[in-house]
Design a protein around this ligand. Structure first.
Ligand SMILES: NC(=O)c1ccc[n+]([C@@H]2O[C@H](COP(=O)([O-])OP(=O)(O)OC[C@H]3O[C@@H](n4cnc5c(N)ncnc54)[C@H](OP(=O)(O)O)[C@@H]3O)[C@@H](O)[C@H]2O)c1
Length: 217
């Protein structure tokens, strides 16, 4: 059996390393806590394979490759509670079932890390489980659920940093958009800072985004 990887995929940051607004700025209207998050993500939305595309067309170059690759060989996702939604503390509103509507794009088990318990639920072919534990234990759970496929580490920043600190991440793809945001939650100070542990290739795309690819040394 091939090795199961933990993969960060299509994680979007600005040139100054910002992935989203500070946590207190997140709201139902602004999932990313930023007034104009589309500047980080527009490269993916412009591709032919963008799942929410309503009109024909779209680019079929490098950006499209990463958009298409998102579900490939992924059997489970791990995400932090703030990626799942804007509630903080004990769950007050169980009607809130994530940002993604009745058909979440994951189509796998999703492990939402939180210190506050909540029953699992299923929407279409995605089941959300709410788990507390150290990253290694949560990864073991997710790998078992993934049944031999890889596990995607979906973010946000706190969660990705936590798994990086525990040295559990096998590959990362970070898309750096040609914008400066100045403040917010920062993934890194520089794309070079992971090079002690990871091989690193930076591949510029015609859209102006630079795709940074990392894999373990
Ligand atoms: N730019 C991108 O590509 C991208 C991708 C994904 C997400 N985002 C954005 O990132 C933001 C969220 O990031 P974030 O850093 O604020 O939060 P996050 O990583 O999504 O979630 C952090 C929360 O997860 C829970 N948690 C983390 N580790 C845990 C553990 N070991 N055990 C139990 N619970 C644990 C804690 O919640 P409790 O203590 O409350 O339980 C913690 O406050 C959102 O705005 C989202 O839209 C951006």
């Amino acid at each position: 059996m091939t090795e199961q990887l933990l993969r960060v995929m299509n994680f979007c940051v600005s040139r100054d390393g910002i992935a989203c607004g500070p946590g207190e700025d997140q709201s139902l209207e602004e999932p990313f806590g930023l007034p104009r998050p589309e500047r980080l993500f527009s490269w993916a939305g412009a591709t032919a394979s963008w799942p929410n595309r309503t009109d024909p067309g779209g680019s079929r170059g490098l950006d499209d490759y990463f958009t298409r690759d998102f579900p490939r060989n992924i059997g489970a996702e791990i995400m932090g509670r703030n990626k799942f939604g804007p509630q903080r503390g004990p769950w007050q509103d169980h009607d809130w079932q994530g940002w993604w509507g009745d058909e979440p794009p994951f189509r796998t088990p999703v492990f939402v890390m939180t210190h506050h318990s909540r029953p699992s639920f299923t929407l279409s072919d995605t089941t959300f489980h709410f788990v507390e534990g150290d990253p290694k234990t949560v990864l073991e759970q997710a790998k078992e659920a993934a049944q031999g496929q890889d596990v995607r580490l979906g973010g946000g920043v706190t969660t990705v940093r936590q798994f990086l600190d525990a040295d559990l991440v096998d590959t990362l793809h970070v898309a750096v958009a040609p914008v400066e945001l100045g403040s917010g939650l920062r993934l890194w100070d520089s794309p070079d800072e992971l090079e002690d542990r990871f091989n690193h290739e930076a591949v510029p795309s015609a859209s102006g985004v630079v795709h940074h690819l990392y894999w373990r040394r």
